[in-house]
Design a binder for this molecule. Structure first.
Ligand code: UDP
Ligand code: MG
Length: 321
């Protein structure tokens, strides 16, 4: 692979999306800078390695704080998006910036819940030829029971629907320059990066770590966003729900045939069916099934609508390097 720099150690770009992280951003930038320093001392990374904080339209003091830190921090680069585009878009903005400016990039959340010291093993795997290294949580004790259970259901559904996802992997990963280029060739507007990366191919590896709890600030992924994200993931990678609708239709038609025969036989035998209960039940049941089916089809049509507009995924207001 062609290197960004002639020296042996790779130029590493650490990409950190941040949205309203004023409570934590200084600690996060300092911790990562200290860590880059130690990697440099061990000659594991090139001196040109850097941190790329992507401010995703924060409404608090995140951007101002980053700008202040920048004065004394040689590693820090800042990309400011023009508004809040969402976590996935912020990661993509960082990767697009890093595409020609690193040998490998690691994306990590600003709260550093994902153990940043694992970066060292990620680089080790990269040096042994892996172009994609997934960070996998080996236990999920730091998550609430609710998050753990919903995550498990999500992975099961994804598996059932045949979409490729890496279990217990979020967006903490290393990508080689080539993997970044391949990822950015995917032009879709509906982005679910952790589903796209396994589509790239190339040599992959994994590292395991324990995820800690958030030390300050609060989650930017409340239930509503998590649910939307899961639907996004499922509908971006599988058309099976549409097929399920068709099957459901076939099954209901067959069932109604059976019911029709039963009614006909009862009629011929002279049993007068009052039938109110069965009528009401079938109306409600079929109504529900139809609405659900239309909803699923609508999800996909909505996606086609969004894709056809080809709106930009993010807009960069400023880059400070
Ligand atoms: N984030 C972002 N844009 C958003 C929401 C979140 O850039 O619209 C960032 C956030 O600052 C953090 C990362 O995405 O660095 C993950 O968010 P969070 O830690 O709140 O999610 P959780 O760990 O609770 O799933
Ligand atoms: Mg977090």
């Amino acid at each position: 692979m062609k290197k960004c720099s002639p020296s042996d150690a790779p130029v590493l770009s650490i990409i950190v999306p941040c949205y309203n992280e004023e409570e934590i951003i200084e600690w996060s930038a300092n911790t990562l800078s200290d860590f880059l320093n130690s990697l440099k001392k061990e000659a594991l990374i090139n001196i040109e390695s850097y941190l790329c904080f992507v401010d995703d339209g924060s409404k608090d003091k995140t951007y101002e704080t980053l700008n202040k830190l920048r004065i004394d921090n040689q590693y820090l680069r800042i990309i400011k998006l023009s508004r809040n585009f969402g976590h996935q878009a912020a990661i993509l903005a960082g990767l697009k910036y890093a595409k020609k400016k690193c040998d490998c990039a690691i994306t990590i959340d600003a709260d550093l819940q994902d153990d940043h010291t694992t970066i060292k093993s990620m680089i080790g795997k990269f040096n042994s030829g892996a172009e994609i290294v997934y960070g996998i949580r080996n236990i999920r004790t730091s998550d609430s029971n609710f998050k753990r259970i919903t995550a498990r259901i999500f992975y099961k559904i994804m598996e059932f629907l045949g979409a490729k996802t890496i279990k217990d992997h979020a967006d903490y990963r290393l990508l080689s320059q080539r993997a970044i280029k391949f990822l950015l060739k995917h032009k879709e507007v509906n982005i679910f990066i952790r589903g796209l990366v396994p589509e790239i191919g190339l040599k992959t590896d994994m590292v395991y770590y324990e995820r800690s709890i958030r030390t300050a600030g609060e989650t930017k992924y409340p239930l509503k966003k998590m649910f939307a994200f899961a639907i996004e993931g499922i509908t971006s990678f599988s058309v099976k729900p549409l097929r399920l609708v068709t099957f459901l239709g076939i099954i209901i038609i067959l069932l109604s045939l059976v019911v029709a025969i039963y009614i006909l036989v009862s009629f011929l035998l002279g049993a007068i069916i009052v039938g109110w209960t069965s009528t009401i039940i079938s109306i409600w049941f079929l109504g529900g099934v139809q609405l659900l089916s239309i909803g699923i089809i609508g999800e996909y049509i909505g996606k086609i609508y969004k894709e056809s507009k080809e709106r930009p995924i993010f807009l960069i207001e400023e880059i400070i390097q």
